[in-house]
Design a protein. Structure first.
Length: 118
């Protein structure tokens, strides 16, 4: 996923993002939570936003989040994100320097989360 993101970023002159284990953990936890509790939204059923969840997990510098559901592989989810203006804007935000991805495979999914940081 990081390679696919960086290919898109290079096309517009952005520097590559680096994989960040803290953001990956945050993203993985959120994908798992969406699957376990049966929701699909940036704000979870408790009312927590991505920034709330980042703070609770001790992750600083969260910039943006992309989520998707149902795409079977990284290329398919990237294609979907790149055709969505808001998701594309996150991927091509040259201010972001780090990224983490989480995916939960299961019935009704998979659930994808992509978190970007500064």
């Amino acid at each position: 996923m990081v390679s696919l993101v960086n290919l898109e970023r290079a096309r517009v002159g952005c520097t590559p993002v680096k994989a960040d284990p803290s953001l990956a953990g945050l993203a993985e936890s959120f994908s798992d939570d969406m699957a376990a509790r049966g929701f699909f939204a940036h704000t979870d059923p408790d009312g927590d936003t991505p920034w709330d969840r980042a703070e609770q997990a001790g992750v600083s510098g969260l910039g943006g989040e992309n989520i998707a559901r149902g795409q079977g592989d990284a290329r398919a989810v990237m294609d979907a994100w790149m055709t969505s203006p808001s998701h594309r804007a996150n991927i091509l935000n040259c201010q972001y320097t780090t990224m983490g991805v989480g995916v939960h495979f299961g019935s009704g999914g998979p659930w994808w989360t992509q978190d970007f940081g500064y």
